[in-house]
Design a protein. Structure first.
Length: 325
C-alpha cells in the first residue's frame, strides 16, 4: 500500500518534496498509525531548512503526530485507538508526522486524553506540551498568581502564544514580549495584560543584577533575553527555559542566584519521562486546556508545508499551524 509523505533528502539541497512511499519503507516500530494531523514547530523548520538536526536521509520530518492505530504489536494499544506521539527521535532520526502513515515505537505513544480531539492535540503539539511542562515546573518551584508578573518573550511563537493563554487562564498577570505590533490585539485576546518590545527584554548593559520585575518567566528565546531575565527576576523567582531562537550563549553571574535565590529551570520536551509527559497531556485536556483552542490556528496540507516552514525560519508565522493529512 502506498501513501503520501513529505520527504527531506539532504543530498538535494534540503528541498522537501511529496513522494509516494510504501508502508514497508517505514523504519522499525511496533505501532502503525494512520495520521490525521501533525503540526509545525520551529524544530521542524530547522530540520527541513537547515538540515543540521536531520540525522538520516531520506527522512519524513514532523516531530508531532496524532491519529488512529491501524496495527499494534504491543498489547497496550489496539486497532482503532486514538493516540498521540511527539518528540523523542520522531522527525529527526525516525520518520515522523508529515505523512499519511507513521510507524512508531510503543514507548513513544500515549492514548489521546479524554477531553481532546486529534485536531486539538496537534494545535497544542510539542509547543503546548512544552508550555504545560513549564507551568507545572514553575508552580512546583513556588510560582503563584499572587506572586507578581510572569513574562513571556517570543510571545507570538507556538510555545509563547500558548504560554500566554495557559498562564492567563490560571489567573496570572502576563507580560508578552514581541516586536509585532500587528499581533497586539491577538495577544490581548489570548490573555496578555501588558505587551513589551523584544529590545526591552534583551541584555545590553551587561549588569549583574537589576530591580526585580518578574515572579517568573517562560523563555523559548534564549541568548541575550535569558541573560536579561536572570538579572530581573524577583526574589525566589524562576525562569523555565525551553528554546534557543535568540541564541545558545547566555552571560550571567552568580549574584542573582545567591542574592535572590532565583531558579533557572530547564524544560526538556524531547526525552521527558513518559509519566511527566502523560501528566502534562492530562492537564492540557482538563484544567490547562486553552479557552480559544482552534480559533486562530492555521490549517494547511502537505503541498503548503515547504512555504510555511520557510516563513517559520523568517519569524513571520504567528501562533500555531497544523498539517491535515
Amino acid at each position: 500500500m502506498t501513501f503520501n509523505a513529505f520527504v527531506l533528502r539532504k543530498e538535494t539541497l534540503l528541498a522537501g518534496q511529496i513522494e509516494q512511499w510504501d508502508l514497508e519503507e517505514l523504519v522499525e516500530g511496533n505501532v502503525l498509525i494512520k495520521v490525521a494531523y501533525s503540526s509545525v514547530n520551529y524544530k521542524d523548520a530547522m530540520v527541513v531548512k537547515q538540515g543540521n538536526l536531520a540525522e538520516t536521509s531520506p527522512l519524513i520530518p514532523g516531530i508531532d503526530l496524532a491519529g488512529t492505530v491501524v496495527h499494534s504489536k504491543d498489547k497496550r494499544f489496539s486497532e482503532g485507538q486514538k493516540v498521540i506521539a511527539t518528540s523523542y527521535k520522531i522527525g529527526t532520526s525516525h520518520h515522523g508526522g508529515y505523512a499519511e502513515y507513521a510507524r512508531i515505537p510503543a514507548e513513544w505513544v500515549i492514548p489521546l486524553p479524554e477531553g481532546l480531539t486529534l485536531k486539538e492535540s496537534m494545535i497544542l503539539g510539542t509547543a503546548g506540551l512544552t508550555a504545560a511542562l513549564s507551568i507545572i515546573k514553575l508552580e512546583q518551584n513556588g510560582l503563584e498568581p499572587a506572586g507578581g508578573k510572569v513574562v513571556v518573550p517570543g510571545a507570538t511563537g507556538g510555545v509563547g502564544s500558548l504560554s500566554v493563554e495557559l498562564l492567563a487562564k490560571r489567573g496570572y498577570h502576563v507580560v508578552a514580549g514581541t516586536n509585532k505590533v500587528e499581533a497586539h490585539d491577538w495577544l490581548k485576546q489570548l490573555g496578555a495584560s501588558e505587551i513589551v518590545t523584544r529590545e526591552e527584554l534583551e541584555e545590553s548593559e551587561k549588569l549583574s543584577i537589576r530591580q526585580g520585575e518578574w515572579a517568573g518567566a517562560i523563555d523559548a528565546v534564549g541568548g541575550k533575553t535569558t541573560s536579561y531575565l536572570l538579572t530581573t527576576l524577583k526574589r525566589g523567582g524562576s525562569i523555565a527555559s525551553s528554546g534557543l531562537t535568540g541564541g545558545v550563549e547566555v552571560e550571567t553571574t552568580v549574584l542573582p542566584f545567591i542574592g535572590r535565590g532565583i531558579n533557572w529551570l530547564g524544560i526538556d520536551s524531547v526525552t521527558c519521562p513518559m509519566k511527566e509527559r502523560a501528566h502534562a497531556w492530562y492537564r492540557l485536556a482538563t484544567d490547562l486546556k486553552p479557552s480559544f483552542l482552534g480559533e486562530t490556528v492555521n490549517e494547511i496540507t502537505l503541498t503548503q508545508l515547504n512555504d510555511v516552514l520557510t516563513n517559520v525560519v523568517k519569524g513571520s508565522v504567528k501562533g500555531r499551524t497544523i498539517v491535515q493529512l
